[in-house]
Design a binder for this molecule. Structure first.
Ligand SMILES: Nc1ncnc2c1ncn2[C@@H]1O[C@H](COP(=O)(O)OP(=O)(O)OP(=O)(O)O)[C@@H](O)[C@H]1O
Ligand SMILES: [Mg+2]
Length: 349
């Protein structure tokens, strides 16, 4: 039986990445995966800043990875995307979505005619004898979304869908195994500049937080204090043997301090959710993204958030097809692939 094929395109700060997934009855296959680095400044704070540079990298990605389609799903995640829990008068979902501009104008921090809106219904509730629907309201700046769509267009692609990056992350890296019966799971993708946090119960998102913080802030702390070039600080940061050596003592302290600050932010977001939702404590925190590879981060999170921390498996639900990647390359890219894989899975299923 012919399956449905979709390509997820993740325009990150450090790289553009894409995954092609085909879903047939009962199985999902990773057909292709590729990534191309972006020049500094092409994407700033999670937004396309230099469309030509991004388009150039996407073209290179298509040339090197041989994707079989030009239709893509793109993800958005930055300070101009807003997600919050709201209660709205009950209506069938299609009507509710159509009525959003009239209902939520006061709830979003941008002019309503400049926002792209969506709503994810979670619960039917009754307040003051009135049936209401509680769910996650998503509002994204139209202008920012168009920036991403245009960069894809310039590269000869067509963005057929725009998805919220944290939802894609949840699809690919979230787990719905028995452990989560004991409490919700947090999935945290640490990028260069953006950290996506999504707390879910059995795959249903309950809370989303987008932090403007990531691995590059750790590097920047080393650059600032040691007065060395970015590339050197980056190399030091990724070298556990150097950090453990006497010569690496200063860098180690700076990395440790930056990670501690980062972990405090993540814990703050999760504590906020737990305190405002009367939720059970977390059963687990799952990590992905390049920034999550920082040595010691998982341990610091486990201590601070007081939960079990594991690395997510972006390919756990997929069979690896003829990607052209060697098994060790598949293992290397898996922590970086949650977002593009989740974007593709959402569109292909
Ligand atoms: N082995 C490693 N140890 C420590 N940090 C690492 C390692 N590998 C990558 N990083 C860090 O991961 C970050 C890049 O992660 P990733 O590729 O997920 O970001 P991105 O998707 O391009 O950016 P964003 O999602 O923030 O827009 C960089 O800050 C880099 O320094
Ligand atoms: Mg990213």
């Amino acid at each position: 039986m012919a399956g449905r094929t979709a390509i997820g395109l993740d325009i990150g700060t450090s790289s553009v990445r894409a995954a092609q997934v085909t879903v047939t009855k009962g199985s999902s296959v990773l057909d292709r995966f590729g990534q191309v680095p972006l020049p500094v400044g092409a994407v700033r704070d999670g937004e396309v800043a230099d469309a030509d540079a991004v388009a150039q990298a996407i073209k290179q990605l298509w040339a090197s990875t041989k994707f079989t389609k030009k239709d893509v799903v793109i993800g958005v995640s930055n300070q101009r995307v807003f997600v919050r829990l709201v209660d709205l008068p009950w209506m069938p979902t299609p009507e509710l979505k159509a009525s959003l501009p009239y209902q939520v104008a006061d709830l979003v921090p941008m002019p309503i005619d400049e926002a792209v809106l969506d709503f994810v219904p979670l619960d039917d509730i009754v307040i003051d004898n009135t049936r209401q629907v509680r769910g996650l309201l998503v509002a994204a700046s139209q202008d920012m979304v168009l920036g991403a769509i245009r960069a894809a267009q310039k590269a000869g692609l067509k963005a057929t869908t725009v998805d919220l990056t944290p939802f894609a992350l949840l699809r690919a890296a979230g787990t719905a195994d028995p452990l989560s019966q004991f409490g919700p799971e947090a999935v945290v993708d640490v990028g260069s500049r953006i950290t996506n946090i999504v707390v879910h119960e059995a795959g249903v998102p309950k809370f989303v937080r987008i932090l403007l913080q990531g691995g590059d802030d750790v590097t920047a702390a080393v650059v600032d204090r040691l007065g060395i070039p970015m590339s050197e600080a980056e190399r030091m940061k990724r070298d556990p043997a150097f950090l453990a050596s006497d010569a690496g003592a200063d860098a180690r302290r700076l990395v440790e301090a930056a990670l501690t600050e980062f972990v405090d932010e993540v814990r703050g977001s999760i504590d906020y959710y737990l305190a405002t939702s009367a939720s059970k404590p977390l059963s687990r925190l799952v990590l992905s993204g390049g920034g999550s590879l920082s040595q010691g981060l998982a341990q610091k999170l486990a201590t601070s958030v007081r939960t079990q921390v594991e690395y997510g498996r972006s390919f756990a639900q997929l069979t690896i097809g003829k990607t052209g990647l060697a098994p060790e390359q598949v293992r290397f890219v898996e922590p970086l692939a949650a977002v593009p894989v989740g974007l593709a899975m959402g569109a292909a299923s």
